[in-house]
Ligand binder design. Structure first.
Ligand code: ATP
Ligand code: MG
Length: 363
């Protein structure tokens, strides 16, 4: 099939690499000025010039049979225009909700699921009083354009309010004293069937994912089923197609939803070598109308992000599988990741700690 991906970063790259193996062909949409190096050689790249109508864009993308977004921040106008010409999965509704934190959290709460306590704020809000109400540390996040901890501030106590831009929408969230951060990568197919990977444990540094362990070790009884039930409800309500990721906080055996990502996710990269079917292939299966592949973990698995660093010497991580994104190395930039599998969860965790220590010195 001919598939257009709206984006040209590493997620687009890995979707295309999984799809080429199945005989699909790809085209990609790049923002003006964006470097499409991650998808170099994998298909046509079209630049989203502002004057390009959906029709012209559709033609430039090679009249794709199906279109899939790589990122949330795409205009509803573009998505709805393209949807007149070819199916867009996940669709404009899912993206409109997840690209805006206040809309997203309202939707999650309406489905009966807990989030951190939150409230919309503006430059006039008394953030000191709000911190006392919602709980310190107080997180201020822009509603749009937030990823990898960008456009958000953590206030540890009163008197530290940042200067908010009156033209931008924000929310404030009470800090959650979570025991662990988890994520659930789920996929829903055309027949409405849903498959979920095992819950994954994620560690962040400075708001950026540094490593993941899967299946997340020693989870409370029934937690996987609870998370899967959440995914079923959210995806059915959205009539969702493709991969959806739930970022979760585990607090006293309860799950709070941090955010939803309407796409394949960094915390699902371990599935490339640790699961029956990887998240990229399953996303493509869902959007091309194929039955979903099995999501079982084959072995204790882990993923370590390469953030502004090149892969370490092979002897540091025997058996590691390096995925390089063809990007230039800049401080903190996600330029690749390493997947690891081991005989048991203790040895895989020890390998992650060794690797993180060697790369960043903070294991
Ligand atoms: P990404 O797109 O990479 O997932 P993001 O920029 O959308 O990140 P969030 O997921 O909201 O940002 O936050 C990034 C990280 O900051 C979280 O994974 C968590 O470690 C921490 N964090 C965010 N909100 C809270 C909160 N309310 N309580 C405690 N920690 C938080
Ligand atoms: Mg997040």
């Amino acid at each position: 099939m001919r598939i257009a991906i709206l984006g040209c970063g590493q997620l687009a790259r890995m979707m295309a690499l999984a799809g080429w193996a199945r005989g699909h062909r790809f085209s990609f949409l790049a923002e003006p000025g964006e470097d499409p190096a991650p998808v170099e050689g994998l298909g046509e790249v079209v630049v989203a010039e502002p004057n390009l109508s959906p029709e012209l864009l559709y033609r430039a993308l090679g009249r794709p049979e199906v279109i899939t977004p790589e990122r949330e921040q795409l205009s509803a106008e573009l998505l709805n225009g393209l949807a007149q010409l070819a199916p867009v999965y996940p669709d404009g509704r899912a993206l409109t909700l997840t690209q805006h934190r206040a809309r997203e959290k309202t939707f999650i709460n309406e489905q009966g699921f807990a989030t951190a306590p939150w409230q919309a704020v503006d430059p006039h809000t008394d953030l000191d009083a709000l911190g006392d109400l919602l709980g310190w540390p107080l997180f201020i996040k822009s509603c749009e354009d937030g990823y990898d901890g960008l456009n958000q501030w953590r206030l540890d106590g009163p008197g530290k309010a940042p200067k908010l831009n009156p033209d931008i929408e924000y929310i404030a969230e009470g800090g959650v004293a979570f025991e662990r951060e988890l994520s659930l990568v789920a996929v829903r197919g055309t027949d409405g069937s849903v498959a979920c990977y095992p819950l994954t444990e994620n560690r962040h540094q400075g708001g950026v994912l540094q490593s993941s362990l899967a299946p997340a070790p020693s989870l409370p009884e029934g937690l996987q089923a609870k998370a899967e039930q959440m995914a079923h409800t959210l995806m059915a309500e959205l009539n969702y197609l493709g991969v959806l990721t739930l970022e979760l906080f585990l607090v006293e055996e309860q799950l709070l939803v941090n955010e939803l990502a309407p796409r394949v996710h960094n915390s699902g990269h371990w599935t490339q070598s640790g699961a029956d079917t990887c998240q990229f292939e399953n996303h493509l299966r869902a959007i091309t109308g194929l039955p979903l592949g099995a999501t079982r973990a084959l072995a204790p698995s882990a993923m370590v992000n390469l953030l502004g660093v090149t892969p370490p010497a092979p002897e540091l991580c025997p058996g590691a599988k390096v995925h390089w994104y063809n990007k230039g190395v800049r401080p903190g930039r996600k330029v690749g990741h390493i997947n690891l599998n081991d005989a048991n969860e203790h040895s895989v965790r020890a390998s992650v700690d060794r690797l993180v220590d060697a790369l960043y010195g903070n294991a």
